[in-house]
Design a protein around this ligand. Structure first.
Ligand SMILES: Cc1cc2ncn([C@H]3O[C@H](COP(=O)(O)O)[C@@H](O)[C@H]3O)c2cc1C
Ligand SMILES: O=C(O)c1cccnc1
Length: 364
């Protein structure tokens, strides 16, 4: 699938960009006093207004999509939990009992759960009702990936299918939401996200691997060893040439990571605000940016995860997240928490008086 995404500089003229800056600077406050909220309002205006300064920013309707998938590498004991927990947590999301449910409810954010390849398909008494109302979406590629420390996580065809299916499924929601956040659930997926980050950036595993859900130091050493082993395997297979992004996804990725990347690309193409959650979502965001760099302009980074490799990922994406509150959960929790900040940025941009309107003496 090809994505036709304009950068924000392509979408807006330099004159319009100056107009947006002047509008923000003209509000009744000292210059720059709203900090990152000003950058956020600026970005949203360029995404949404597209040359029409009178058009109000619209960020009322927001959703988080949690993409779930299992990982063969989990069998190596590199997480605190076994793979079954992925499916159990999917049921927890549907029953309303997880952290992401609480944060969505607290912040008027809709939640959708996507099965991209959980080991065993969900058994739930209300499954067909959830499928019908769209709170649960089946977009399965296979029953979990292969253990990528031993062999490719998936075929190239499956990697391509991840991008296509993610892009396809999210389109059905474009008329409902202007803000779309991305979260994930998949035991073992910090391993996949770390290996993918190493492959995409050519950085050593020591810089991308962390303690995930909170593994012991012994488990960490095993995780690092397996990820290093997988990177060597890929380098050998590609004869030390850089694999392309789809090949990286096929070698060490996950079905949920690939579908998130595809959905992010489709969202950018449709001028949606893409909210990136923590470490794993950011690895998917980097993959999306390697496929089409212009999608970076549509991304808002919700929070800085405690997961060690997130620092490198954020630097690679030149991203400064909105929140830094020591979280390391995933599920889209950071994305849901950032929605009130996004709404506040749009509100000040739309409604705050200018010095001229309020007859306040302009400060310089
Ligand atoms: C009960 C539970 C709920 C979670 N919710 C998110 N994750 C997070 O932890 C997993 C990644 O960490 P690792 O690579 O160490 O397995 C992902 O499922 C992620 O969403 C959870 C993990 C657990 C155990
Ligand atoms: O930041 C994340 O996305 C994260 C960190 C640890 C475990 N699961 C998710």
């Amino acid at each position: 699938m090809q994505f036709n995404i304009n950068s924000l500089a392509q979408l807006n003229t330099p004159e319009f960009i100056e107009q947006v800056k002047a509008k923000i600077d003209g509000k009744t406050k000292p210059l720059g006093a709203l900090g990152q909220l000003e950058d956020l309002a600026f970005q949203i205006a360029l995404i949404q207004q597209q040359q029409d300064i009178e058009q109000p920013l619209d960020v009322t309707s927001a959703a988080v999509f949690v993409f779930a998938g299992d990982h063969g590498i989990a069998a190596q004991g590199i997480s605190i939990a076994p793979s079954e927990v992925t499916q159990q947590m999917v049921a927890n999301f549907l029953n309303g009992g997880a952290a992401i449910n609480c944060f969505c409810a607290a912040n008027q954010v809709q939640l959708h759960v996507v099965d991209t390849g959980v080991l065993t398909p969900l058994q739930h008494p209300k499954k067909s009702a959830y499928l019908q109302n769209g709170s649960y979406i089946e977009s399965r590629i296979a029953a979990g990936t292969n253990d990528f420390s031993q062999t490719s996580a998936m075929t190239i065809e499956h990697a391509q299918a991840c991008i296509n299916q993610g892009a396809e499924l999210i389109k059905a929601y474009f008329n409902q939401y202007s803000v779309i956040g991305f979260g994930e659930m998949g035991i073992g997926n910090t391993s996949s996200a770390s290996a993918l980050t190493s492959l995409l950036t050519s950085q050593a595993a020591e810089l991308t691997v962390g303690h995930g859900t909170g593994i012991s130091d012994e488990q960490y050493r095993l995780k690092l060893k397996l990820i290093k082993q997988s990177i060597e395997r890929v380098h050998k297979a590609y004869q030390h040439k850089q694999p392309n992004p789809i090949e990286c996804l096929a070698e060490v990725g996950g079905f949920e990571i690939g579908q998130i990347a595809g959905a992010m690309l489709a969202c950018a193409q449709a001028s949606k605000i893409v909210v990136v959650d923590g470490f794993i979502s950011s690895a998917a965001a980097l993959l999306a940016c390697r496929i089409n760099p212009n999608c970076r302009d549509y991304m808002v980074f919700a929070h800085k995860s405690e997961e060690y490799g997130h620092k490198l990922l954020l630097a690679e994406l030149s991203a400064k997240p909105l929140l830094d509150i020591n979280m390391r959960l995933g599920e889209g929790t950071g994305a849901a928490l950032s929605v009130p900040l996004i709404r506040s940025a749009a509100q000040f941009y739309n409604c705050m008086a200018s010095f001229a309107d309020a007859e306040v003496t302009k400060v310089v």
